[in-house]
Design a protein around this ligand. Sequence first.
Ligand code: NAD
Ligand code: UDP
Length: 318
Amino acid sequence: MVLTGGAGFIGSHLVDALIGRDVHVVCVDNLVTGRQENLLRHAADTRLTLVRHDVSETLGIGGDVDAVLHFASPASPVDYQREPVATLLVGTAGTYNALRLAEEKQARFMLASTSEVYGDPLLHPQVETHWGNVNPVGPRSMYDEAKRAAEAFVMAFHRSRGVDTRIARIFNTYGPRMRDEDGRAVPQFVNQALDGAPITVYGDGSQTRSLCYVDDLVDGLLRLLDADRALPVNLGNPHEVTMNELAATVRDICGSNSEIVCQPLPEDDPRRRRPDISVARSLLGWEPKVGLDDGLRRTVDWWRSQRETAPPVARASA
Ligand code: NAD
Ligand code: UDP
């Protein structure tokens, strides 16, 4: 199997699950937002190969390949706004290259798409048939439009070239191995709470997200890969919380005294997000099992363990 973006947060958890199924995995990753250490536990395992390469360039892999999973892309707003052109390229040229590889190898293909294709949604909760409400020239457009183009590439290869494709529309996912500095709400709030620093809620904190623990997501992704469906499938946890609630829950779980402060709301920040997962439920028999408190506890435990091995001062100067 070929997994682009395999050294990233979700990609590395997918690698764990695939190796657990005795699958041989070739990860192709340029490490722009990923880390080799995410794959450290498999360093001596011959079933895993890491190829350091930009998939927006070309993608040639020798030997048989039964599936190509395209997960390479900066994913956090901080990361994709720092790398706008690379983000557009990996969603377009990178998706094309990954699809060409699947076509050449007669392999199944899966795209890691996103709830961002719905933009600031006009329907709530979001169903797969919603076409979305995206600002094509806004500060999130390099990501949203790249993923929308990626979905169009997938459907074109499916319809006109017979490639066996899957599109996973992933909603906000969190867990161990997110980077301290990736800027998403969970890593920000956890690090701030553990430091006793102010927890920065953007806007008035009434905007919502629905957060899925990474183990649940990986389970859904593997079920989708095994299923027979080319049209997009939402994967996420329908439990919706405001960012104020999330900040307070993280603070409690960390046993922190941090104050919660408001900072300006970024432009085009979606107001509400919650997946309708009826399709995943009926098609895949899938449903998230890890509740928010439980998932956040596991995530905070992981961050604490990281801090024990690399204290904050060392991390800051590394
Ligand atoms: P991440 O940044 O941790 O992982 C992305 C990986 O892709 C990194 O290892 C990075 O180095 C690699 N990459 C980026 N551009 C590349 C390129 N041109 N060539 C090769 N490798 C490249 O992000 P993540 O949260 O693990 O997201 C993984 C995928 O899932 C992304 O496609 C993202 O859009 C999608 N997704 C994630 C979420 C989420 O909440 N985490 C939600 C929706 C969709
Ligand atoms: N957010 C916040 N404080 C932070 C980081 C993010 O209030 O320090 C908010 C952000 O404005 C958004 C929500 O949390 O409304 C989720 O942001 P994230 O970057 O995690 O994901 P996305 O916006 O891509 O869904």
